[in-house]
Design a protein around this ligand. Structure first.
Ligand code: GTA
Length: 174
């Protein structure tokens, strides 16, 4: 067969040599997606399945939002990229109030990609928002996962951010 006749590569490629030299580097290379720096540790599938979901999904995650930004404001901005199917505001699991993120669901992949391209980094309520491809909304993902109810990143934050509840949750407890 043709496949069996191809000789093995005489030298390992540089990339593989580097991967072998450092376990930490290897996992970094393996886990890092081209479409998103974020890896949801609650995604049940393999890295390949995660990549496939990111590359075909019509769901976006929007981060670095003010706690005071409304669903109407999100609608107004994101409908510039295309028709929106649904918006799900991220909520603090204790107070049930917005905690600085949301999911935007489009009908078309093209509109989803346009939103990442053109809306990410734009200013909403005086803040540069981060628009990220997402693997797909599921019930439960709207809640902050931090121990104190909000987003994990707000527990570790040490700066004063009036649009996101003042100091980070851990600093507030000190
Ligand atoms: N698509 O970038 C994202 C994204 N983020 C940040 C959250 N979500 C995202 N989705 C996309 N892209 O549905 C989604 C989550 C969930 C919802 C709320 O938003 O999938 P969360 O923000 O409260 O929790 O999620 P998440 O995602 O677990 O937080 P994060 O910041 O990635 O933390 C992951 C791990 O890193 C945790 O174990 C945490 O302890 C640790 N960590 C995070 N920040 C720090 C820090 N500053 N110092 C030390 N450890 C940290």
């Amino acid at each position: 067969r043709i496949g069996a006749a191809v000789p093995a590569q005489p030298f390992p490629k540089l990339g593989f040599a580097l991967l072998r030299s450092s376990g930490a580097m290897a996992s970094l290379f393996k886990e890092q997606s081209k479409l998103s720096a974020y890896r949801d540790r609650r995604f049940a599938g393999t890295q390949e399945e995660f990549e496939l979901a990111l590359s075909s999904s019509t769901t976006l995650y929007v981060g670095n939002m003010s706690f005071y930004t409304t669903e109407e404001q999100v609608y107004e901005l994101f409908s510039r990229a295309g028709e929106i199917k649904k918006i799900i505001m991220g909520l603090d699991k204790n107070t049930k109030t917005p905690c600085g993120f949301c999911f935007v669901l489009y009908y078309s992949r093209e509109d989803t990609e346009d939103a990442v391209k053109y809306i990410s980094g734009t200013i909403l309520d005086d803040r540069p928002i981060r628009v990220d491809f997402d693997w797909g909304f599921q019930e439960g993902r709207q809640w902050g996962r931090g121990r104190s109810g909000g987003q994990v990143r707000d527990e570790y934050r040490t700066d004063y951010d009036p649009g996101r509840g003042g100091y980070g949750k851990l600093v507030q407890k000190e």
